[in-house]
Write a protein that binds this ligand. Structure first.
Ligand code: NAG
Ligand code: NAG
Length: 489
């Protein structure tokens, strides 16, 4: 069997014609469930701990009155947080924001101490120095984040941030025996407040950093030189007691073209039947149809078939008994078949099913010598059922054809007997058209998901003109960590 070579100038396949509506609608929405938020929280905590450890706190100095000895000037310096351990942590969304809290937090600090004092005997001063360890236990921290949409970007800000310490033990190496009580009495409160202040500062700085990464997310993800996916955030994030949702525009656009808008607005809650899934992503059928409309308008849905499994179909001799007048006019000449989509494919998502309708024109060309002579054009309307699945982070599909109808659009060789042509068309559709479409669908298109995140155990539901993907995910630090959180395309 000769290889199938199809020259095509591109297609992005599955299948609706534009019906205009208003701007700022969301056609892809995702909802992170409590399970997904827990995952994100663990990730954020694992990122926050290294920034908290090795934190230097400015020196604290005081002159304290010690019984018998008198006034002593004590300095605690090189105060460093060496280890932080978060015993319990929680993430809790509510309609006003998302709170991440840590309790049972312990941290170990090291520091240097130094003291000096004068004696009543004269101007001789006495001084000493050494090290100390401080252990903070039962610390609680809470950071509440607010999120809102600012001109299509997501803005993250701190609503409040607090840090409380329950107990602290101070362990001095060396020094006089009076020093311990002196340090505890005079410095415990200062250490508490300085450490809390520093932790709060670090947590706030972490949120600002995360916020600037989130804010700088691109608004368009380029798919190829024809289409980009508009990932502009639409509306404020949707917050409830159990989840956090985002709406993005989600339509394919061409930068230099006017934006087509389609369909009905997608209400923010995404419904997954399995509540333990970490994330739900709902894609309106308009997302796919925007792609079809775009590629169709770019006139890319056209290809020339010059090799088919039954090669005799590409010579007028093969059509001798089907279209006798063709063979008579052009005996034994080679032929080409030119397939053009005559209007954008249409895809409809109903309960349980994806129905697709593809409109195509098939032009029969005869090639006597160097010329290409179009001799007839047949209009085809193919209907089928699509299936979709998630392969890594791509939404991929497969189309099974159910039926097709055909009619003669024009002919330069007189009338054709459609009932004779029908089986030939079916063969061409099954062996050339469908495998081509399916090869493209199997590659799929990349879902707008942050870099480093991989969907796992995805489940797909069809409902109310949307495809909903309910999935778990894992996270692996991207190769270039500075690009963490950037979309993976
Ligand atoms: C992308 O979507 C936003 C929000 O719906 C819209 O305002 C913007 O015009 C869109 N961008 C393009 C290039 O179509
Ligand atoms: C996912 O889709 C993109 C865009 O169509 C494609 O370039 C890529 O190869 C696909 N990835 C996989 C794993 O199929």
């Amino acid at each position: 069997m000769p290889p199938i070579t199809i020259y095509l100038i591109l297609i992005f396949s599955l299948f609706i014609p534009p019906h205009p509506t208003t701007a700022d609608q969301s056609f892809i929405s995702s909802l992170i469930t409590q399970t997904g938020l827990d995952f994100v929280k663990n990730l954020l905590i694992s990122k926050a701990i290294p920034t908290l450890t090795a934190t230097r706190i400015s020196a604290i100095e005081k002159t304290v009155r010690i019984p018998v000895i008198g006034k002593v000037h004590i300095v605690l310096s090189d105060i460093t947080i060496n280890r932080v351990n978060v015993g319990l942590s929680k993430i809790k969304p509510d309609v006003t924001g998302v709170t991440i809290s840590g309790s049972d937090v312990t941290c170990d600090l090291s520091m240097k101490w130094h003291y000096a004092y004068g004696t009543w005997l004269g101007p001789i001063s006495i001084s000493d120095s050494g090290t100390a360890r401080v252990k903070v236990i039962g610390m609680e921290t809470g950071t509440k984040l607010g999120l809102h949409n600012e001109e299509g970007s997501l803005k993250l800000y701190v609503i409040n941030c607090n840090c409380h310490m329950r107990d602290m033990s101070i362990d001095l190496n060396g020094g006089a025996s009076w020093l311990y009580q002196g340090v505890v009495d005079a410095f415990e409160e200062s250490i508490r407040s300085e450490v809390s202040k520093e932790i709060i500062k670090k947590l706030k700085a972490g949120v600002i950093k995360l916020g600037s990464v989130v804010e700088s997310l691109p608004k368009l993800i380029e798919v190829d030189d024809i289409a980009s996916l508009n990932v502009t955030f639409v509306d404020d994030p949707f917050l409830s007691d159990t989840s956090l949702g985002f709406g993005i525009n989600g339509l394919f656009v061409e930068s230099k073209k006017d934006n087509f808008l389609f369909g009905e607005m997608l209400p923010p809650p995404v419904s997954c039947s399995d509540p333990s899934k970490m994330v739900g992503i709902a894609l309106d059928e308009a997302v796919f149809n925007s792609a079809f409309g775009l590629y169709y308008n770019a006139m890319f849905m056209r290809w020339v078939v010059d090799k088919v499994p039954e090669q005799n179909l590409l010579n007028t001799a093969g059509w001798r008994f089907i279209v006798p007048q063709l063979y008579k006019k052009y005996p034994n000449d080679d032929m080409n078949l030119e397939i053009t989509l005559s209007s954008p494919p249409i895809m409809r998502v109903s309960n349980q099913n994806i129905d697709a309708t593809v409109y195509a024109d098939l032009v029969i060309d005869v090639l006597p010598g160097v010329d290409t002579i179009p001799v007839a054009c047949i209009s085809l309307v193919m209907t089928g059922v699509g299936t979709v699945q998630v392969t890594r982070n791509n939404l991929t599909g497969h189309l099974n054809l159910d039926d097709f109808t055909m009619s003669l659009k024009w002919s330069k060789i007189g009338n054709l007997h459609m009932f004779l042509i029908q089986p030939v068309m079916w063969t061409l559709i099954e062996t050339v058209f469908l495998p081509y479409i399916n090869a493209r669908l199997e590659v799929g298109f990349l879902l707008p998901i942050f870099r480093g995140i991989t969907l796992q155990n995805a489940e797909i539901l069809f409902r109310d003109s949307r495809i909903t993907i309910c999935s778990d995910f894992s996270y692996k630090e991207p190769f270039d960590p500075s690009r963490t959180l950037v979309y993976s395309s």
